[in-house]
Write a protein that binds this ligand. Sequence first.
Ligand code: PBG
Length: 329
Amino acid sequence: MYPIKRNRRLRTSEAIRSLVRETIISPSDFLVPLFVVEGKGIKEEIASMPNYHRFSLDLLENEVKALWKLGLKSVLLFVKVPDNLKDNKGTEALNPNGLMQRAIKTVKNVCPEMLVMTDVALDPYSSFGHDGIIENGKVINDDTVEALAEMSLSHAEAGANFVAPSDMMDGRILAIRETLEDEGHVDTGIMSYSAKYASAFYGPFRDALDSAPADVKDIPKDKKTYQMDYANRFEALRETEMDIDEGADIVMVKPGLCYLDIVREIKNEVDVPVAVYQVSGEYSMLKAAAEKGWLDHDAVMMEQITAIKRAGADVIASYFAKDVVKLIS
Ligand code: PBG
């Protein structure tokens, strides 16, 4: 009871604050998303993601080495697929010499110890910008799941350590797990985007990969028939528990900041590592506000990352990973 108990005693100096701090951010918290493009000598800034770039494979090598030097040991690969290779079925996704497959090998080649995770979803390969195959104006589930399992196998064969299905089709984790097991890839892990919400925060990412749903007659203009309704909470638990039952090694909540209630809830319920994806729109929002001088970039960045970890994230996928690690080292 006050004045015997004075809570401010534990806040009197940075030394005592750091001594009793509950949440510490370190390089090993992060999974670094990387955008890859065809070509040579390309390091191009994404217009809606200041200071974030797409790399061609040759320059990806330098980036990966730089990450490793900073103590960032896990990457999540995304590819920007040329328009002429896109179709409804995402056929190019299975090309053993496709950009993703070459990107995996490139990273493993320059940095064998780097943990390589790959995005598994059809949208960058789809002429309609959807995460699944379209039939009669609908994104169909089961044929898409087959394609995702094949795609996962192709990534595993190219050397991926983890596949990360980001599509939200039903039953895909089991199908992927079975396919990997059948083909002997018993050590290839699955990080499932389990509670992935239909969010407007993905806009800049879709610019980065040119993967937004196409404005075509009779084709869904959004992803609400597969990604979750952001009004829902129990559904997130159901999705996550099913993915764990189907064989997910790591589960994910996405986006980050607006969904930390869900993160905490899932963290309290499950016994596998929980990842959180602080998505493109969250990154761009802070960059824009900082450019205008309205927010202190580094301070807000650290507050946000710490909040994500405090909420229960074991893994943080974030475009700020490099900025954070440079700041804290
Ligand atoms: C696509 C995918 C998306 C993101 C990761 N994988 C976009 C989407 O679902 O439309 C978003 C990541 C971000 O915004 O940073 N399967």
